[in-house]
Write a new protein. Sequence first.
Length: 176
Amino acid sequence: MRTVCLIFVAITLAGCSLIEFPPPESESASESVAETASAPAVVPVPEPVAKQPTSAPPPPPRKPPVPPLDKTAVATPADEPPDSPELMEPARLVGLGENQVTEQFGLPGAIRQEGAAMIWRYSAAGCWMDVFFFADLATGDRRVLTYEIDTRQMGDQPDAAGRCLHLIQSQAGQQG
């Protein structure tokens, strides 16, 4: 390692002898060296380039707010009530606001904050669901970005996640 460092220093010093300095114009060499040693080096600084004024890009279009769920509306097959044999698809949670989740599932059993996420926990017999809300940057409203459903205690039932949502909705209906 020392050998490499010594070679590097030798090459660097050898390169210094290759630099040619211009001779002084009107003064003697000794006066020029004395002035150069005492005066700070002046390095020309390029002038900043003025930016051309550009038109600002238009702001992104605002998304219209999601209207609250209307329980009096005519139900379509995708909007069937919780008592129907058709189970809610868990992916439909994504994008819902706090009021919409409360209308569907009632008040959560627990609320916790983890970083930027507000997490609501719902529990039913044999399962639980965490709903993760994050602030919408355009509106500031909190919306569901993701969810987690644990159905391990329900066994190997087909569509256990949908059944868990159905159980939670049923409990919300009994509370309200």
